[in-house]
Design a protein around this ligand. Structure first.
Ligand code: RB5
Length: 144
């Protein structure tokens, strides 16, 4: 199960990514918004990140203008590893080395074809584990 959410800047790309992933046989839960009315991206980032942090969904995709604000908000949640990806390579590495469980896309940064490719790589690439598992575990350490 993959959840997806956006702000107003990402709503068009969100619909496209939902269609792409559904076409590949994935079950996609759209957490909103449902129209292009201006909204605050943290509201949707927290909604989706909470579900990932609770274990209710395995992976999520967040889309705003740049992907940056969404990633900042999502990464406040324990267990959430949100990565802004700009191409297939960063998406592949985010999965293989960082075990990213939330993909953040910038609808004003990447074209629709590249965004589709990034999403496909994100949902199909496994985590490499091994030494990367040790490093990913250290991400959760308390910072004080
Ligand atoms: C909205 O204008 C824009 O700030 C938002 O989509 C996002 O890019 C924030 O990081």
């Amino acid at each position: 199960m993959i959840a997806i959410a956006s702000d107003h800047a990402g709503i068009g790309l969100k619909a496209q990514i939902v269609r792409t992933l559904a076409g590949l046989g994935h079950e996609v839960e759209d957490l909103g918004p449902t129209d292009a009315t201006s909204v605050d991206y943290p509201d949707y980032a927290h909604l989706l990140a909470r579900a990932v942090s609770d274990g209710r969904i395995e992976r999520g995709i967040l889309i705003c203008g740049t992907g940056i604000g969404m990633s900042m908000a999502a990464n406040r949640h324990p267990g959430v590893r949100a990565a802004v990806c700009h191409d297939a390579f960063t998406a592949e590495m985010a999965r293989r080395h960082n075990d990213a469980n939330v993909l953040c896309l910038g609808a004003r940064v990447v074209g629709s074809g590249v965004a589709e490719q990034i999403a496909r790589v994100f949902v199909s690439t496994p985590f490499d584990g091994d030494r990367h598992a040790r490093r990913v575990a250290k991400i959760e350490w308390e910072v004080s």
